[in-house]
Design a protein around this ligand. Structure first.
Ligand code: ZN
Length: 406
């Protein structure tokens, strides 16, 4: 038991060891009594066992039963916290009590209070269930207490983690329901203290996926237990509070760089797409040019072999017409517009490439030609006589057949 009555006042076990003479006195004292049943108790403190009070005889006592049922880790925490709570109480001018019955059938490990403010501190080990915690919170609040908890966990977290992945209910409960979203946690085996603080700022807007800075919303860091203090929101430590502010800033900064990287990535993707589109266009152009070059070469080859002008491809074979054949096929009426210099040039160019269509169109025009057109044609023809005598001769042949006299 943490406390007993001595000279009509509450005496705590941890207070006894502070003064050797006082300890000797309490060890011999026969008038210590149980706070609950009033039976005689004594002080004990061995190598194995932490200091405490115990009934001299087996008694049916609610407080005695409660103390017997406590787990080792529970006792360890209460013993470690006692001087810390005393320090906090002294600093703020609070009154401190241990093992107080505020809500029915439950001993509150520590109560610190002034006339205006009251805190109930519970130690939460594996005996506590989720519904117990909810119930207790409501009961404490009804009594005007702010509910604070110290929790035990199997493994304390060492780096920022996702609150959503925190499976241990009491810690989750505190992170979400305490005013400052802060949990003080002790590792069950290693007995190391940590503080967790949840950053509840919603940073998810416009973010796709679960980047680590978004996912890990809870700061975790080791603390020395005597750093902790209490303010109007609950437990905190100066160092961890500073670290928490840094943590929040870091998350915001990482969010900004994430957006920037996303933006850059999209731009890069867009540029790549544009470039590959351009490349594809170039390839198509090159293919078409190659096809044209091949076709020209093929037509030139056919002309060289046959001396004819080459028409369209029919079933894989080019049609071939001699100048004689072209000149035989006279149009029955004038179905062509008036030709400009450009029209003549374009059909002459086709003839230079030995294409049937150019020759045929020129001949058709020659059959129904105006004086203006004749003058353009003759002009071009006389230039060709020097630059391309072969085509000039072919045109001359067609003009003769059409009946143009010059
Ligand atoms: Zn008792």
């Amino acid at each position: 038991m943490e406390k007993c009555l001595y000279d009509g006042k509450v005496l705590y076990a941890y207070q006894v060891l502070r003064d050797f003479e006082f300890e000797q006195k309490i060890r011999k004292c026969q008038t210590l009594t149980c706070c609950d049943c009033g039976a005689s108790v004594f002080f004990r403190h061995g190598k194995q066992r932490a200091e405490c009070f115990a009934h001299r005889h087996k008694e049916k006592c609610r407080y005695g039963d409660y103390c017997k049922k406590q787990s080792d880790i529970f006792k360890f925490i209460q013993r470690q916290l006692a001087p810390i709570m005393e320090k906090i109480a002294t600093k703020h001018g609070f009154q401190l009590e241990e093992d107080v019955v505020i809500i029915q059938d439950h001993y509150t490990a520590f109560v610190i209070k002034t006339s205006s403010k009251k805190y109930a501190v519970d130690i939460i080990d594996y005996a506590a269930t989720s519904s117990t915690l909810e119930k207790r919170k409501n009961l404490y609040e009804e009594q005007g207490y702010l509910y604070l908890q110290i929790t035990v966990d199997k493994d304390v977290e060492e780096k920022p983690f996702s609150e959503r992945e925190m499976a241990y209910f009491p810690v989750k409960f505190i992170l979400n329901k305490s005013l400052n979203n802060t949990a003080i946690v002790i590792d069950e085996v290693q007995r190391k203290w940590s503080i967790y603080i949840l950053d509840k700022t919603d940073l998810s807007e416009g973010v796709s996926g679960n980047p680590s800075w978004l996912e890990n919303d809870t700061l975790a860091m080791p603390i020395s237990i005597d750093e902790i203090d209490i303010n109007s929101s609950g437990f905190y430590s100066l160092d961890s509070y500073k670290a928490y502010l840094d943590f929040c800033t870091q998350r915001k900064n990482r969010r900004e760089s994430w957006f920037k990287a996303e933006h850059d990535h999209k731009n890069r993707q867009r540029k790549l797409a544009e470039e590959s589109c351009k490349l594809a266009e170039l390839v198509t152009q090159a293919t078409m040019q190659q096809r044209e070059t091949d076709e020209k070469a093929e037509i030139r080859r056919i002309h060289k072999l046959s001396g004819g002008y080459v028409g369209t491809k029919v079933r894989g074979e080019y049609e071939i017409f001699t100048l004689e054949q072209i000149a035989t096929n006279r149009p029955s009426r004038n179905w062509l517009n008036e030709y400009t210099q450009q029209d003549f040039e374009s059909y002459i160019s086709e003839m230079q490439q030995f294409k049937y269509f150019g020759a045929r169109m020129l001949f058709a025009k020659m059959c129904f030609i105006t004086p203006m057109e004749i003058s353009i044609l003759l002009n071009l023809w006389s230039t060709l006589k020097t630059s391309d005598p072969q085509t000039a001769d072919a045109i001359e042949f067609l003009m003769c057949k059409a009946g143009i006299h010059f």
